[in-house]
Structures are given as C-alpha cells and as structure tokens.
Design a protein around this ligand. Sequence first.
Ligand code: DOR
Ligand code: ZN
Length: 341
Amino acid sequence: LQSITIRRPDDWHVHFRQGEMLANMVPLTSRHFKRARVMPNTDPPILTGAQALIYHGEIMAVAPAGFETKMTIKVVPETTPAIVREAFGLGIDAGKLYPDGVTTLSANGVRDFKALSPVFAEMEKLGMVLCLHGEDPGEDVFCLDREERFLKTLQWILDKFQGLKVVMEHLSTAEAVYVVEHFPTKNLAATVTPHHLENTLNDVIDGGLRPHHYCKPIAKRPEDRDRLIRAVTRLGQTKFFLGTDSAPHYRESKECDCGAAGVFTAPLALPLLAQIFEENGALGQLEAFTSVNGANFYGLPLNEETITLVREPWTVPDEYSGVVPLRAGKEIRWQVASDLG
Ligand code: DOR
Ligand code: ZN
C-alpha cells in the first residue's frame, strides 16, 4: 500500500502555550488537523469562559482559515458551578482537571475530588465533558503507579455522576486501558498519544537520559505500550481516540537540572501513527482513531475534508522553533501528501 486517504483528523489534546511559542505552534497543528482541543494549563491558567474566549482569539489570530479549536477551562479547587455554567454558556464544552502537582503547571491543582462534587454535578447537568489527567498526586505514591492508583478516583466519579462524560487523557498503562474498555458506561473514553504508542521507560532512561522523551504520565513497560497499541488498533473500537498531548518546551527547559515534562509531536504525529498502525497491520483502523471516535464522543460532526498519507520516508527535523520533536533526526516511513517537497 503506497497511500491512504482518511477523513481529516482532529487532535483532542494539545498544548499551544502563549506568545511567540503559540504563534509557532498553531500552524504546525493546523497543517494536518482540522480541529484541536486546547489545554488550559497556560501561565496564568485559563480558569473562566471569558479567559478561554480571549485565548481563543489569540489562537485564531495566528491560525489559517478553516482551523477550529475547542477550548477548555481548567478545573481547580476554586472552580464553582457558576463558573462552569457561565463557561458552558460561552461555548466552552469541556473542563480539564489536573491533580495537584502531577505535571507541567499543575501546582495548586485538585487533591480533594469530593469537594468538587457540586462542580461535577453541574457539568453532568450541562453536558460539559470532564477531561482528566488521571494520576494520583499522593506524596506516598511511586511515580510509575500514579495512573493505576488514580483508577479508584475515576471509579468514584463515574459511579457518583453517571451522566457525566469523562475523557481519561493520555493513557499509559494496561490497567487503565482495561478500565476504559470494560467500565459499563458510554460516558467514558480515552485519548492516547503517539509517544505512548512508541516509547517505553527504556526510551526515557535506559542507555542514556532522554529529556525529550520525558513526559507525564511517564512512558511505562513494553506490556503497557503493547496493550495501548492493541486497544487503539482493534477493529471497531470506539472508545479510544487521538489526543497528541503535543507539549512543546524550549530545548533549554528540557535539557537541564530539573527538566520540564512534555513531548512535542504535532508535525510528526500523523506520519508516526501511520507507521505504527501499518506495523500492526491496522492501517484500516487509523481513521477511526484519528478522525471519527473523538468527534463522536464529543457529539460533533465528522470532518468532511480528507487528508492523504503517502509511504514516502522523510527525516524529522532536529528542531522546530527551538523545540526538539519526538524522533528528531530519525526517519519516518509515512508523510502527509501535502508536505511532500
Ligand atoms: O508531559 C506533559 N506535559 N504532560 C502533561 O500533562 C502536561 C504537559 C505540558 O503542559 O507540558
Ligand atoms: Zn497535556
């Protein structure tokens, strides 16, 4: 097979940042993706609908015509039902919750989930989606166990708010995949990133420290990676969709004493996914993962435009505007046809 044409994909989890970084990043996503769900962990964070609209304006100012964003507000301990109601009224259809301190710009995040019950109840009533960074922030929790330990909190949320739509973001463990596949509800889905389908912890710390592979949740065991691949490539699966979690940090913020978490993948996410799906004999399932399941879960129309990927090797650049991408300097066998030189 030399080429494949699919519905134009969406990225349901991306970090654009602000200012100059934002201006450089938005075009790298809009090149391949029709829509993107933009994360609110900026500095300062996006906490209200009004702030989300201002941020949306900043993105649109540097975006090409035709690109669409779905904005999120950050759900923090201070979030109230009135704040989510107002945001929903302004067209913000999701809130992103970061447990306290588990990743980039998540300080003063959530520890007491029960205390947020009125907010979850309001989101449930409105039909506003709760996007979860699913890692337990407990100081006693070993870093590789944070996702698995979070599953009891997920279970509590799903049991207590049975009408609330929940997206578990960037899955990294076989245990979380199992829960998403088996929990008896239509209201639970999950995003999976290209880097969690590619890397294990070996790629982060074995045979040399690789700061550009360091992210949260941390890449885990080969069994976890393989379980993720099985989940996203399974014929007819509807619960897993692409959220790249493309998370740019300047080289200096990664290559230092206390490096930032985040893997930058926007320009190579689709080519790499085509390669991974092909290696697993599942190119036919790529479109469901990149372009169908997410829109269906969010209750949005499917994109009518298409994109063509061709089997034509290219080498990933060493840097994009000061940010080192996944697979920098390495070859990927597929590329998007419109990128062909
Ligand atoms: O590695 C990560 N980086 N994980 C996240 O959840 C946030 C992200 C970022 O904002 O850099
Ligand atoms: Zn993220």
